[in-house]
Design a protein around this ligand. Structure first.
Ligand code: G1P
Length: 291
């Protein structure tokens, strides 16, 4: 049996420059999709998949997230005095039980691999999940739950993948595929952000990983890769041969909420699906597009 995955690392140190001025004084992970911050979607997806312990790899200006997952004593008191039980419930849903959320500071922006390395004491030799909150996946069951099911079958390292247009391979980690059954693709190589002409496939990694702790043996070396950064993709590539590596084509829709258009699209998609405002938003959009 494969060792169970109970820990997750969420890198949240990025500056969010693409969303200035909104992110001047606020973490980009707190931007809402409808009414819930991006970071909370990632935590909820992880919990649904059985994750119990979380580490956020933060940077300057990110303490707002510590508050978000903690009690808000004054707010809770006012809500309870006013009998606002539904709102109280929403506030409580955002909480992680005491002792289950750790924070590690990435002191320098040296890359995704370095951010994960900053959480090595938390991971402490166990298999773990990584979720990049910018990648929001609308799926049922959630993307990480689907990956856990695949993990039960094949173990090792698993990433969520999707095909991208060839001209976009330079935005992603790309798999060199050895075997592919249409759902699981076994990789024999991985390349971070290859030029379209050099990309071994168009199967790209999106921000969901299940990793074995061997990846730290390579992250420990702090070797720089694409863009002069310490890349998680490079460290994963070095475990090939020792640890099986599969990409899972998940069922669902991924939104790149690190881009403005992806963020807006996610807001529309999630809003249309809501029983409270969906019909209203649909009517408003229809009206907007009326010629
Ligand atoms: C990171 C990873 C890349 C992956 C992508 C998914 O890149 O380095 O391999 O495909 O996330 O979103 P970033 O988007 O941080 O440049």
């Amino acid at each position: 049996m494969n060792a169970p995955v109970k820990k997750a690392v969420l890198p949240v140190a990025g500056l969010g420059t693409r969303f200035l001025p909104a992110t001047k004084a606020m973490a980009k992970e707190m931007l809402p999709i409808v009414d819930k911050p991006l970071i909370q979607y990632a935590i909820e997806e992880a919990r649904e998949a059985g994750i119990e312990d979380f580490a956020l790899v933060t940077g300057r200006g990110k303490t707002i997230m510590e508050d978000h997952f903690d009690h808000a004593v004054e707010l809770e008191q006012v809500l309870s005095e006013r009998g606002k039980t539904a709102e109280l419930e929403i506030v409580h849903e955002a909480m992680v039980p005491p002792g289950h959320m750790a924070y590690a500071r990435q002191q320098k922006p040296l890359g995704l691999g370095h951010a994960i390395w900053c959480a090595r004491q938390f991971v402490a030799g166990a298999p773990f999940a990584v979720l990049l909150p910018d990648d929001l996946v609308k799926a049922e069951p959630g993307c990480l739950s689907q990956m856990m099911a695949a993990y039960d079958e094949v173990g090792g390292n698993i990433v969520a993948v999707e095909d991208v247009p060839r001209e976009q391979t330079n935005k992603y980690g790309i798999l060199d595929v050895e075997m592919d059954d249409g759902r699981l693709a076994k990789a024999r190589g991985l390349v971070e952000k290859p030029d379209p002409a050099d990309a071994p496939s168009t199967l790209s990694i999106i921000g969901r990983y299940i990793l074995q702790p061997q990846v730290f043996e390579h992250l420990d070396r702090h070797e720089k890769g694409a863009g002069g950064e310490i890349q998680l993709t490079d460290a994963m590539a070095k475990t090939l041969g020792d640890v099986p590596f599969h990409g899972l084509r998940f069922q669902g829709k991924r939104f790149d909420c690190g881009s403005k258009s992806g963020f807006i699209e996610a807001n529309v998609a999630f809003a249309l699906d809501r029983h409270d405002i969906g019909a209203e938003v649909r009517a408003a959009l229809a009206d907007y597009f009326k010629t």
